[in-house]
Design a protein around this ligand. Structure first.
Ligand code: HEC
Ligand code: HEC
Ligand code: HEC
Ligand code: HEC
Ligand code: HEC
Ligand code: HEC
Ligand code: HEC
Ligand code: HEC
Length: 454
């Protein structure tokens, strides 16, 4: 369904065109009409013989893949295995699958498909995506930051005595961080991907220089737009104790409508024409990505955000993290399709207060931390130091839940999994702080049941 504003925009464009037609016809001597006589129009459907070979053999070898591909729109438009998996011989990712080796020795294939491949036909989506935290930041902690590498290799693998350089040392990264964030894909001698670095999440960096794995939301091989619009498309990664976004969504009024009525919604409208009426409540995609009303679809999930609530202190976004003021304006436009200005004002005033309260806890906790540090009352290994461990749970778990819960209307996460637990954690931190200051030493054993209730 087209929004009124879009119709109006179209209307004014047509107005301008009509004005030109009439004003020019006043002096134009000869009107030139288009030649409508029949011409030979040829629309080529179907596949090249090489592309057909991939499909035919893979229908036997990997029937599940071919079945999924057949369900999607791209197969109907003639986009096949060949378009996404065949690479030039000199590509750093060029290898050969068992089948091409035998039947098409000059053809090179790659199981890795980076966003660069999709960019050939979808440059606009790629351009937007490359500005998002999904492309720019997601891979960073896994690939670039020594701090996190230490966390993954030394603490998570190393504490059990696994020696440095051993394969087991990287298991937490491979099975955890990498599957959401992505890592840098390394190659074996035959150019097949190293099994410790592939496949990976949204920010995967590929040997062809491409950044991003588009198939994390557009699951292969149907790549359906209808599927990416559902909240479950985000839920694999936006889940769990530290960013329970899918749980928050399901607990919100919007999620309530999605769960009870979603089956009747129209999920398949063209981009920018998926509007209220096709659905009665927004999904993650509606608020963070889809076109709605005046707004156009964007693959930059950072664009509509105001607060940075992912890090220790809540700050208004700027620089690398986006443009907060602009983000607020855009997000408000989403809400105003279905809510009054009054309702939207109310919501964001509440969110801003929640961030203020959150920051006041963090300031207090940071002050205690700084004083303990100055007095040498912190352990070097923060995972053996209950004060520091609690600080982590305060911001990274309970604190994110409180803020995300408020931002996306999940009272249970804002309160019971959020501010309530922050209060409890903070009180325990105060006790530890006071004890250390009074006794001028660190208590012998940790009273914290590591992830325990937090
Ligand atoms: C629109 C692009 C596209 C098309 C068309 C396509 N693929 Fe893929 N394929 C991908 C992407 C993206 C991945 C995931 C790559 C990654 O993680 O780096 C993938 C992964 C794969 C994999 C490796 C993963 C696995 O599950 O084993 C195989 C095999 C594969 N595709 C076969 C096929 C076959 C066969 C066809 C044709 C029927 C096909 N693909 C068509 C994009 C495509
Ligand atoms: C004669 C059969 C045959 C043909 C033709 C064929 N393949 Fe394969 N392909 C296979 C088999 C067998 C495998 C291995 C499947 C397995 O590991 O279970 C495979 C694996 C793959 C993989 C996974 C990565 C890898 O290297 O093992 C990709 C990607 C792939 N093929 C793409 C293609 C493309 C693209 C074409 C067409 C240019 C093609 N295949 C043609 C039989 C074929
Ligand atoms: C060779 C060109 C080509 C390549 C490469 C390509 N696409 Fe497409 N894609 C198309 C065309 C054409 C359509 C429109 C199909 C239609 O609606 O008829 C399309 C449609 C889509 C859609 C919309 C599907 C729907 O349900 O409406 C998505 C999502 C998509 N592509 C994602 C991708 C991703 C992700 C990649 C890379 C893994 C990719 N495409 C690679 C040509 C391509
Ligand atoms: C494969 C995992 C994965 C999937 C699927 C995924 N995301 Fe993300 N998302 C991430 C990671 C990782 C980050 C953190 C990026 C960073 O800041 O380093 C993130 C960050 C974000 C952010 C914050 C951006 C910022 O600038 O801080 C938003 C909003 C977001 N995602 C929305 C979505 C939506 C909506 C979907 C589904 C349509 C989705 N994501 C699907 C992994 C994923
Ligand atoms: C279940 C998926 C998932 C796993 C596993 C995961 N993350 Fe994240 N991570 C995310 C999402 C989603 C966000 C964005 C949270 C937000 O925007 O508030 C994020 C945010 C982050 C951030 C802050 C964003 C930034 O750019 O500064 C860092 C750092 C981070 N993760 C590191 C890691 C490390 C290191 C691991 C493994 C030890 C890991 N993550 C495991 C999904 C995941
Ligand atoms: C965070 C999840 C996510 C990621 C990652 C993602 N997309 Fe999308 N994509 C979506 C959503 C949601 C829509 C539907 C937006 C709407 O409602 O119009 C969409 C729509 C599209 C469409 C439009 C479909 C059509 O009918 O024209 C194309 C094409 C597309 N994506 C390609 C890509 C490409 C290429 C990449 C990688 C560079 C990518 N997407 C990465 C979530 C994602
Ligand atoms: C009703 C609209 C709406 C829906 C639905 C929605 N969000 Fe949000 N989301 C917001 C708002 C508003 C914010 C906070 C914006 C601000 O002020 O920064 C936010 C914040 C976020 C952030 C926090 C980024 C940070 O700074 O830490 C992530 C990640 C996110 N959303 C992901 C999702 C995912 C995943 C879903 C679906 C499971 C979802 N959102 C559903 C509106 C929505
Ligand atoms: C497609 C329409 C639609 C959009 C867009 C939308 N909402 Fe809603 N929202 C609803 C509906 C419908 C309800 C359920 C009202 C009820 O429970 O009776 C709702 C309920 C809510 C509630 C629960 C409180 C209440 O009034 O019952 C909040 C808070 C909320 N929305 C905030 C937002 C914010 C903030 C945005 C923008 C970021 C937004 N909504 C975007 C349709 C929408």
């Amino acid at each position: 369904m087209w929004s009124l504003s879009k119709i109006l925009k179209l209307g004014s464009l047509m107005g301008v065109m009509t004005f030109f037609l009439f004003s020019t016809s006043a002096w134009a001597k000869e009107v030139v009409y288009p030649d409508l006589s029949p011409k030979k129009i040829e629309i080529k459907r179907g596949y090249t013989p090489e592309a057909l070979k991939c499909i035919e053999c893979h229908a036997k070898e990997t029937p599940g893949i071919v079945a999924n591909w057949k369900e999607g729109r791209m197969s109907h438009a003639g986009v096949s295995c060949y378009d996404c998996h065949v690479v030039p011989k000199d590509s750093p990712m060029a290898s050969q699958c068992k089948g091409v080796k035998k039947t098409m020795p000059n053809v090179y294939t790659s199981p890795m498909v980076s966003a660069k491949t999709c960019e050939r036909c979808h440059p606009v989506e790629m351009e937007q995506f490359s500005k998002s935290a999904h492309a720019r930041r997601a891979g960073k902690p896994v690939i670039e930051k020594a701090k996190y590498q230490k966390l993954m290799y030394d603490l998570e693998g190393g504490v059990s005595g696994v020696p440095e350089g051993h394969d087991l040392r990287t298991v937490p990264r491979q099975a955890g961080c990498q599957m959401c964030h992505g890592t840098e894909v390394k190659l074996e001698a035959d150019n097949k991907p190293d099994d410790k670095t592939w496949p990976g999440g949204v920010g995967t960096r590929y040997p062809d220089g491409g950044i991003g794995n588009c198939s994390v939301c557009h699951n292969r091989h149907s790549f359906k737009v209808s599927q990416a619009r559902k909240p479950e498309a985000c839920g694999k990664c936006h889940i769990g104790p530290d960013h329970p976004n899918i749980e928050i969504y399901m607990a919100s009024s919007h999620g309530q409508l999605y769960t009870t009525e979603g089956e009747q919604w129209n999920w398949d409208s063209p981009p920018d024409a998926w509007e209220p009426g096709d659905y009665s409540a927004p999904t993650c995609a509606t608020c963070h990505m889809s076109g709605i009303g005046d707004l156009s679809t964007t693959h930059n999930v950072t664009e509509r955000l105001y607060w940075d609530m992912a890090h220790v202190k809540s700050v208004v976004r700027s620089g690398e993290y986006g443009d907060g003021e602009k983000g607020r304006k855009l997000m408000r436009k989403v809400c105003n399709n279905c809510h009054s200005e009054l309702h939207t004002d109310t919501h964001f005033a509440k969110l801003d207060r929640a961030n203020e309260l959150y920051n006041s806890y963090i300031e207090g906790a940071q002050k205690m931390m700084d004083e303990l540090k100055a007095k040498k009352l912190l352990k070097k290994d923060k995972w053996k130091d209950p004060f520091q461990e609690l600080f982590y749970f305060l911001w990274h778990h309970a604190g994110r839940r409180a803020r995300h819960g408020t931002a996306m209307d999940a009272p249970d996460y804002a309160q019971w999994h959020g501010f309530f637990q922050m209060m409890n954690i903070y009180k325990d931190m105060e006790d530890l702080y006071k004890w250390r200051i009074e006794n001028n030493k660190i208590e012998a054993l940790s009273p914290v049941m590591s992830p325990g209730p937090y």
